[in-house]
Design a protein around this ligand. Structure first.
Ligand code: AMP
Ligand code: ZN
Length: 466
């Protein structure tokens, strides 16, 4: 398995600490709003990474946190807690919105066939662990108290900017909002480990600590939660590129200061999904969700395929035009696969040869578009149907596109049906107004999604293309 490591900025051979085992950590969502499809691009690609490890024979333990406290509106420790902002917006308590959006996140993941990590730990479960690590950092003089808060002293490290070949501009990608100067900090890059004083003193969730009643900083969460479940040595840590700085930089600083040795060997970062106006962001409230895609008639797995068709290390621009094309290709593919006959016996030689190609693709820094090409190569080959079916079932363990859910057997859920019916009504109205251009547009839009409409004497009928 070869994988790009942000630490070294090169594609490296993956060598885990323990033979055959992978200790993997994923920065989880901040649950103050729905996840947007940009966030979900990161989780889809991390899911493919986990499943690739498994496919290649590794035993993976994957841990993810849920950020339900401490993530301020700017990643540079300023602004209000995002959770509190979300709670105010919805006139609910922080724990109420945490529960609601955590459930919504996993519901979206399920629709996208993203496996739930082995361990999911909300930050508010681990306050004792945070306090313990901060006490140790104070004792080792890597941390200091100023103005009621505890800060990490970045000047104590030989190399704070570990992702050093990143330019300052690249690093600042993570600083999502305007940065305010905090005069308590000894160095500009120092960061908060524990707050007891902030200009937002109506923080809802607070805990007793040796330094007074307060709450943890965001970065300490991931260090503690990963160590709690994966121990002192981690193989691979994942997130979106905006996490490189300051979040992951700070995680490394405090973890290695605490442990006294190297903590994590590989850093995996997924590039952003952008829309035409730029990076998709949760904080501006205007963003694309899985439910929105569904309400427009898309199967969420079409979005998964949209993501798999491009490389995770390239920025990806979302457009409905491309989604239409992917939807059409996806439906065609599923129809073709549904026609495979499940008889005969597997041609082992062919199986091995095509499986090898697939392994090479995913094992080469997750070349998912090449992996999708492998599907078409199998379908085009003259091997028997049984071998084709077995190969595609096998590939789908990683791609998770429900390759066998298609064709005449496709199940139409309520939301898709409601969409189809509303399109048929709109087409009827367009025809009544003699707007035949619009009527044709609607027919074609449905056709692109694999839905055929027929005008019959009894009215309009629809069916899934077989
Ligand atoms: P958050 O819920 O804001 O903490 O973000 C959850 C995950 O989504 C993090 O790993 C981010 O790095 C990632 N992320 C945020 N915005 C995007 C985007 N536009 N495209 C891809 N990943 C993103
Ligand atoms: Zn994190």
């Amino acid at each position: 398995m070869r994988i790009f490591n942000t630490l070294t900025k090169t594609v490296e051979e993956f060598v885990p600490n323990e033979d055959g085992k992978v200790a993997m950590y994923t920065c989880g969502p901040t649950v103050y709003h729905f996840a947007h499809i940009g966030n979900l691009r990161s989780y889809i690609m991390e899911d493919v990474l986990e499943k690739t490890f498994c496919y290649l024979g590794y035993d993976v333990k994957r841990v993810m946190n849920i950020t339900d406290v401490g993530h301020l509106s700017s990643d540079a420790d300023t602004g209000e807690d995002k959770m509190l902002k979300g709670a105010k917006r919805e006139h609910k308590s922080v724990m109420e919105i945490a529960k609601f959006y955590t459930d919504a996140f996993f519901a979206d993941c399920k629709k996208l066939n993203i496996k739930t990590p082995d361990v999911v730990e909300p930050a508010t479960n681990c306050i004792d662990e945070f306090i313990h690590m901060i006490e140790a950092l104070l004792e080792k003089e890597y941390a200091y108290i100023a103005g009621g808060n505890i800060y990490f002293d970045t000047s104590k490290l030989k190399d704070y900017y570990v992702f050093s070949s990143q330019s300052e501009k690249e690093l600042m990608v993570g600083v999502r909002d305007d940065v305010e100067e905090d005069s308590n900090k000894r160095n500009k890059s120092d960061f908060v480990l524990w707050f007891t004083k902030s200009k937002f003193d109506d923080q809802e969730l607070k805990w007793d600590s040796p330094w007074g009643v307060g709450y943890p900083g965001w970065h300490i969460e991931c260090s503690c939660i990963s160590m709690k479940h994966l121990g002192e040595y981690m193989d691979i840590h994942c997130g979106g590129v905006d996490n490189i700085f300051p979040h992951h930089t700070n995680e490394i600083a405090q973890s290695e200061a605490y442990l006294g040795h190297k903590w994590c060997n590989y850093w995996f970062h997924v590039h952003h999904l952008n829309d035409k106006s730029g990076k998709m962001s949760k904080s501006n409230g205007d963003f694309l969700t899985v439910s929105l895609l569904e309400s427009k008639g898309y199967n969420p797995l079409v979005y998964r395929m949209f993501c798999l068709q491009s490389h995770y290390r390239k920025p990806l621009e979302f457009s409905y035009e491309v989604m239409e094309n992917v939807a059409a290709a996806y439906n065609k593919l599923l129809n073709k696969i549904s026609e495979l006959k499940d008889d005969g016996s597997v041609d082992n030689e062919k199986f091995r040869a095509f499986d090898e190609k697939f392994r090479d693709a995913i094992g080469n820094d997750l070349n998912t578009s090449m992996a999708i090409t492998c599907i078409y190569d199998v379908l085009r080959d003259d091997m028997n149907d049984k071998t084709k079916a077995e190969l595609l079932k096998s590939f789908d363990k990683v791609l998770s596109l429900d390759l066998f859910a298609g064709g005449a057997k496709a199940e139409v859920d309520g939301e898709l049906e409601a969409y189809i019916l509303s399109m048929i009504e709109e087409r009827k109205a367009a025809k009544k107004e003699k707007n035949f251009v619009r009527a044709d547009e609607i027919r074609n839009e449905l056709l692109a999604k694999g839905i055929i409409i027929e005008d019959t004497r009894e009215g309009v009928r629809w069916r899934i293309q077989s």
